[in-house]
Design a protein around this ligand. Structure first.
Ligand code: GDP
Length: 551
């Protein structure tokens, strides 16, 4: 085979020769200032010149590959550089470019831990011999000896925000316990998220899991609490034989909101030791139970090393794990580029009113407007015609533009706010544009396209410079935690504790709230309020009995 260079040379020698001469001229001209410095300042200048030239070569040859830009693209070492098919998941590296720089550096320990996790997932994940072996053990009816590969299977429940919180929590649990995370993907979630781990899959293979069709619930026979109550498993290794080999082949851990509080035995040290003896675990939760993992002393050192800033857990793990699939990402890209990208500032307003709450529109709207006014998030409108209130007629300066992204199932909040800034000028001359991507009317978690829109809107919100969100809403929590922003949290309308004067409050951290903390009545212990003795915990601003991580 003829080498490519020779073929090119043979085809068009004069042009190639001209190119070489051209290249020489360019290099000579570029080096001329350095030669001059060398001539004038001698040896010391030589080393400066060499550094300068090297730097200019590096930046000129491959500006996109400079160390800092690749760090940004990989979110400071959070994302793996090992994905080689960007088209299968366009958001993975594109999405990270749209966020403001994170206020929390990624610890090198967390980055190492993630790379180790990825390697283990590749060794043990679906399609490997180790996976087939573990599956055979699962179907044998016995737990067997402690496996080299151990698994936690995540089952979805509730709306998208709840799912994202519990998925990230389950991943943190997998990191802490050396398990491989497998995701059961129901039809409404197909391709909603990209594969997060390079060279493998996080999807539970379609061959499924025992009893998947029958389902799991808090008191089903495989549930951990049922097993404790019936003596199938016990503390101090007093169930399932010396090493747990005689235990059932898997345990179901039910961590749904109210159960965390009402049923003991989920977050005591001894529970986690007992659970650790099962090679397979199925887990279902609607909660951000990552917070509760900080209550287990065994995990605390490791958590501290991964997250020197405790208030950055969801921010980092959510950005690492949850990449919108191409369909949802298309929505994000089109909407962002079309409506939001050109604004000087972006304000996200998320309005979540659950139908049962009976909150009247006017009361909620008044609260939003008061929150934005009192905190100077949006300019006041005036009665003057638009042109008069804006910049002087002879001014060449451009007015500041603010794009407001309203995200809600209902259209009326957008309509009223849009109408206000469309019909009136602002006192400051600032131009405010208001947009809403969709208004589906009602929650339809069972519909894939609805979930794609919801995910797209969570990500669009997360590209805001500031955010107003609705208290209690996991949808809002995910958006501001991904952004790394402390939002202005609308105080629930029936909340009496803080007085009616307060429209919104700023939470102490960007972390989501765990609405229903577990009971900590462990053996012989008292149900103490963890906030009293763990400095990194606080009750949530919107859910008084909830818990959140703070710094
Ligand atoms: P939460 O109920 O506010 O805690 O949030 P979840 O995300 O868990 O559940 C609400 C679900 O309703 C979402 O997942 C969406 O399916 C839908 N939803 C609620 N608000 C919005 C919104 O502003 N935009 C869109 N597209 N969907 C929403």
């Amino acid at each position: 085979m003829v080498p490519k260079a020779t073929m090119e040379g043979a085809r068009d020698p004069p042009v190639a020769g001209k190119r070489r001469r051209g290249a020489f001229t360019v290099v000579f001209l570029a080096a001329l200032p350095l030669l001059l410095v060398l001539f004038l300042f001698g040896d010391r200048a030589a080393s400066i010149a060499a550094d300068t030239q090297l730097w200019s070569q590096v930046t000129q040859q491959s500006p996109r590959r400079s160390a800092s830009s690749s760090r940004d693209r990989l979110l400071g070492g959070l994302l793996s550089p090992d994905f080689d098919e960007p088209a299968t998941c366009r958001s993975r590296y594109e999405g990270s470019k749209r966020w403001k720089p994170s206020p929390f550096p990624v610890s090198s320990y967390l980055a190492r831990k993630l790379r180790q996790y990825e390697a283990n997932h590749r060794r043990c994940g679906p399609g490997t011999a180790r996976y087939r072996e573990a599956r055979a053990q699962l179907h044998s009816g016995r737990n067997g000896d402690r496996g080299e590969c151990r698994y936690v299977v995540w089952l979805p429940i509730q709306g998208l925000g709840n799912r994202m919180l519990s998925l990230v929590s389950t991943f943190l649990y997998a990191l802490l316990t050396g398990r491989v995370l497998l995701v059961h993907e129901p039809p409404e979630m197909v391709s909603l998220f990209c594969e997060p781990f390079p060279g493998t899959s996080w999807l539970l293979p379609p061959s499924g899991f025992p009893n998947m069709n029958r389902g799991f619930w808090s008191s089903c026979p495989e549930s951990y609490v049922s097993m404790l109550e019936s003596g199938v498993v016990g503390y101090d290794n007093d169930g399932g034989g010396e090493n747990g080999s005689a235990l059932p082949p898997y345990v179901y851990l039910h961590l749904e909101n109210m159960n965390l509080r009402l049923r003991n035995h989920t977050f005591c040290e001894e529970d986690h030791l007992a659970l650790d003896r099962f090679n397979w675990m199925v887990l279902r939760s609607d909660s951000y139970f990552a917070v509760a993992l900080f209550l287990v002393p065994t995990y605390r050192d490791e958590l501290g090393r991964m997250f020197p800033a405790k208030g950055s857990v969801f921010h980092h793990l959510g950005r690492y794990l949850l990449h919108p699939g191409n369909r949802a990402w298309g929505v994000v890209q089109r909407f962002f580029d079309g409506y939001l990208a050109g604004a000087d500032e972006r304000l996200g307003v998320q309005v979540r009113v659950v139908p049962q709450s009976g909150v009247p529109f006017e009361a909620m709207y008044e609260r939003i407007v008061r929150c934005t006014r009192e905190n100077h998030l949006l300019p006041q409108v005036t009665d003057e015609p638009a042109a008069a209130a804006a910049l002087p007629a002879n001014s060449t300066a451009r007015a500041k533009t603010t794009a407001v992204l309203v995200v809600s199932l209902k259209p009326e909040y957008y309509e009223k706010l849009h109408g206000t800034y469309y019909a009136n000028a602002t006192a400051s001359g600032e131009v405010v544009t208001v947009y809403q991507p969709s208004h589906d009317g009602e929650q339809h978690t069972e519909a894939r396209a609805h979930n794609e829109r919801a995910l797209a809107e969570i990500f669009l919100l997360s590209y805001s410079d500031g955010m107003v969100t609705t208290g209690w809403s996991t949808f809002g929590y995910v958006a501001h935690a991904l952004a790394g922003l402390r939002p202005w949290l609308l105080v629930p309308l029936d909340w009496s504790g803080r007085g009616a004067d307060v429209a919104c409050v700023r939470p102490a951290s960007v972390e989501p709230c765990l609405h229903s903390p577990p009971s900590l009545v462990c053996r012989g212990g008292k149900d103490l309020d963890p906030v009293a003795h763990l400095p990194f915990l606080q009750h949530c601003e919107d859910v008084g009995f909830g818990l959140k991580l703070v710094d």
